[in-house]
Design a protein around this ligand. Structure first.
Ligand SMILES: Nc1ncnc2c1ncn2[C@@H]1O[C@H](COP(=O)(O)OP(=O)(O)O)[C@@H](O)[C@H]1O
Ligand SMILES: [Mg+2]
Length: 260
């Protein structure tokens, strides 16, 4: 009798573990390189696919993104663009930085803002100072002096994050942030990096004040449910979602095409 009970309990545990496993495997974006499937799940067009890696394919992918943003129908060409994702590590900062550099390559004035006041990385990746930065300006500092030159990209200016703040979502939702965006209307494009929208309200505050928002979807780690919930929250906040960036795709066919 005791053995039967034990066997029953073991079976129960195995079944529940399997259920969890099936749930997670099923919930992952396993074949999201297919644009139609991404669009079906997100309700948004795929405006670029970014391969994992570096080099020519990556440069070309960001040119595609840059061009697609410039010819966006309906929403007008965005001047202020928020880059968001559900989870950490999806590639928001990577996308924001590469897009800003690519756009600045057209010799138009571009500004990159690090609005991830929690775990900012752009200053490190560019080798510039963290302060003065966005938080300094939101607390009354001068915007022009806080804008730093990107070392290798003449037309790009960067507003680093500045010092950490206690209430990041509150600060980003306040009028001072809108004022920063308004003050930058003269530049061609302002790209704004954000913390994970699935974890904090910061991205909603930023996205709701930008002309347009792009959603970075990492094919390796994204979960459908989390993506859907995050998109719903962005929608409720009033973000103008213009498309999805599918990140870390396997190398596209173009390389093979040119080698043949
Ligand atoms: N397509 C890609 N190819 C190569 N490295 C990438 C790619 N996307 C992201 N990464 C790298 O993955 C790490 C996490 O990306 P990051 O942009 O910092 O994520 P997030 O800002 O969404 O937290 C970084 O080291 C970044 O350089
Ligand atoms: Mg980041």
């Amino acid at each position: 009798m005791r053995d039967a009970l034990l066997a029953f309990l073991v079976a129960l545990v195995v079944v529940s573990e399997l259920t969890v496993l099936v749930y997670y495997v099923g919930d992952r974006f396993s074949r999201t390189e297919d644009s139609a499937e991404v669009t079906k799940l997100t309700g948004l067009p795929v405006i670029a696919k970014i391969p994992r890696g570096s080099g020519v394919e990556l440069i070309e992918a960001f040119r595609v993104l840059r061009t697609n943003l410039m010819v966006l129908e309906g929403s007008g060409k965005p001047r202020t663009l928020a880059v968001v994702s559900a989870n950490q590590g999806a590639g928001k900062s990577f996308t924001a930085l590469n897009l800003a550099e690519s756009a600045a390559g057209l010799e138009e004035r571009i500004v990159l803002i690090d609005a991830d006041l929690r775990k900012p990385v752009l200053h490190d990746r560019l080798g510039i100072a963290r302060t003065p930065g966005l938080s300094s300006v939101l607390q009354g500092g001068d915007l022009t002096t806080a804008l730093q030159k990107a070392p290798d990209t003449p037309f790009l200016r960067v507003l680093a994050s500045g010092k950490p703040v206690d209430d990041a979502s509150g600060v980003l939702g306040a009028r001072a942030f809108r004022h920063v965006l308004d003050s930058l209307r003269a530049v061609r494009l302002v790209v704004v990096d954000t913390p994970p929208a699935g974890l904090f309200a910061d991205a909603m505050a930023v996205a709701s004040q930008c002309d347009a928002t792009i959603f970075v979807l990492d094919v390796q780690t994204s979960r459908r449910r989390q993506v859907r919930q995050t998109l719903e929250a962005l929608d409720r906040a009033g973000a103008n979602m213009v498309g999805v960036i599918v990140n870390r795709t396997t190398t596209p066919k173009r390389a093979a095409y040119y080698q043949s």
